[in-house]
Design a protein around this ligand. Structure first.
Ligand code: AHR
Length: 498
């Protein structure tokens, strides 16, 4: 049987905040060093930024970029990373047992943002540091001049303030692995004090409080409630982090990962609104899904890594077509909640669980997951329409019966064009799709692009960078207001209508 849904512009979920297409650069593994920054590489510019990588970042359509961590930020000393390079100290990075040379720092990061048109989303260290240091970093970054730290920035070559608007108040402070891990009461108090002081410098900042590092944490939901009770008036967002992987060969459950992600989002929305009701507050707290991806955490690192190396090979997951389909489904989950998820960061951007890979001195290329992200960022802008799917289901061990179709639709606010993003979770069968377009003004199929492959394990590698690319579907028609398509087994699809 076919899967079906109806589109009607009268039923909107909400506007897509461009920040939904954010990513994340952490000082970790080879994300920075030999990822975005490699002086001496043939493609490096005068500042050491790899132009081949920057081009791919632009093509990917990344809007915001979270920095400098991640777990790294909980030991971050920003002042080590500014000023003349030869005077910057090398330090132990406790989070990843690596050596941080600080050759690439805050100024270089801002240069990277400027050259790619990305908005910076800066994190402050609430692990080993606190209020005073956060305010000092803010003064260095954003104050126009006439003070010690703003003049120091100018002396370092950046006269104009950076104007960083979004700030994360620490990272994963609920996790026992985090340097400076805290109870929700301790963190809530520190986050509130830090937020209050930062707002004394600039009331217009947008601040993100740490939520749980995953929905499986024992403190999940009570952490959010306690932290928000302490910070409600002072922050704009609470963060969510989630990573998915295939466990014990259970691909059917893996393909349904977005069921878990949507449940997670809805649970955090409910928690935010519970605190709102308790405090009789007017404003809503929005969600910053500032780490999400497929990540094979249970697989051992295939590279021998000695401790305290600079830029070792960490988390260099190579993504298959199957991973890209799950990844696309996670994007669909974010879009389906665009009313409350108004910021998100794909973790991470280059080499470390990333859509872009590089070899030192060698090429840069697109992983399979590059394509769903680039397509969604290019065409998933405007207003998300409500999609109620009527779909055949399949059985999963983790989530029970799950619809084979996972889908969302976005309408362009300027011209009314519609883009449908859809995943067929069946590993074996094509899925006929019918979309009733009775409530939207679209009569022509512009294109139907598919990411699927006869080999669901196919990947892109340095030797064969274009083994997997999207292809055009055949047989997609639109007649008398009904779209008919056939979704290939295990596929990610983008169908554009005008
Ligand atoms: O993205 C990799 C790591 O995952 C981040 O440093 C941390 O915040 C999370 O646990």
């Amino acid at each position: 049987p076919a899967a079906r849904f109806t589109l009607d512009s009268a039923f909107a979920v909400g506007s897509v905040n461009p920040r939904l297409y954010g990513s994340f650069v952490e000082h970790m593994g080879r994300c920075v060093y030999t990822g975005i920054y490699e002086p001496g590489h043939p493609a490096a510019d005068a500042e050491g930024l790899r132009q081949d990588v920057l081009e791919l970042v632009r093509e990917l359509g990344v809007t915001t970029v979270r920095y400098p961590g991640g777990n790294f930020v909980s030991g971050y000393r920003w002042e080590d990373s500014v000023g003349p390079r030869e005077e910057r100290p090398a330090r132990l990075d406790l989070a990843w047992k690596s050596t941080e040379t600080n050759e690439f720092g805050l100024g270089e990061f801002m240069d990277f943002c400027g050259k790619t048109g990305m908005e910076p989303m800066m994190a402050v260290n609430l692990g080993t540091r606190g209020v005073e240091d956060a305010v000092r970093l803010l003064e260095y970054s954003n104050h126009p001049g006439g003070t010690e730290l703003s003049e120091l920035r100018a002396a370092h070559g950046d006269k104009e303030p950076y104007g960083i608007r979004m700030w994360c108040l620490g990272n994963e402070m609920d996790g026992p692995w985090q340097t400076g891990h805290k109870t929700p009461e301790e963190y809530g108090r520190l986050a509130a004090e830090t937020a209050r002081a930062m707002r004394q410098v600039d009331p217009g900042l947008e601040l993100v409080a740490c939520g749980s590092s995953s929905s499986s944490m024992p403190t999940f939901a009570s952490w959010e409630a306690t932290v928000l009770q302490a910070t409600y008036d002072l922050v704009d967002y609470v963060s969510l982090h989630a990573y998915y992987e295939e466990i014990d060969g259970d691909r059917d459950s893996f393909l349904a990962s977005a069921v878990d992600m949507e449940h997670f989002i809805e649970s955090v929305v409910a928690t935010c609104d519970h605190v709102r009701a308790r405090l009789k507050a007017k404003k809503h707290i929005n969600l910053s899904f500032d780490e999400w991806n497929v990540w094979y955490q249970k697989r051992p690192n295939p590279h021998a890594v000695e401790e305290w190396q600079q830029a070792p090979r960490l988390l260099e997951d190579v993504y298959t077509v199957t991973d890209a389909v799950v990844f696309g489904s996670l994007l669909i989950a974010l879009l389906r909640h665009a009313d409350r998820v108004t910021s998100a960061s794909l973790a991470q951007l280059v080499n470390v669980i990333a859509p872009i890979m590089t070899e030192p001195g060698g090429p840069a290329w697109r992983q399979t997951t590059f394509y769903p992200f680039a397509q969604a960022s290019a065409y998933g802008r405007g207003t998300v329409l409500r999609v109620e799917v009527d779909s055949p289901t399949y059985a999963t061990a983790r989530f029970g019966d799950v619809p084979l179709l996972h889908a969302t639709a976005v309408t362009d606010d300027e011209n009314g064009d519609i883009t449908v993003f859809a995943v067929n979770r069946s590993q074996t069968d094509a899925l006929p799709l019918e979309i009733d377009l009775r409530g939207v003004d679209a009569g022509v199929v512009v294109e139907h692009l598919v990411l699927a492959d006869g080999d669901p394990e196919a990947t892109n590698t340095a030797d064969r960078t274009d083994r997997v690319t999207p292809h055009a579907a055949t047989g997609t028609t639109l007649t008398e207001g009904v779209l008919h398509a056939e979704l290939e087994p295990l596929s990610w699809n983008m169908i554009r209508l005008t």
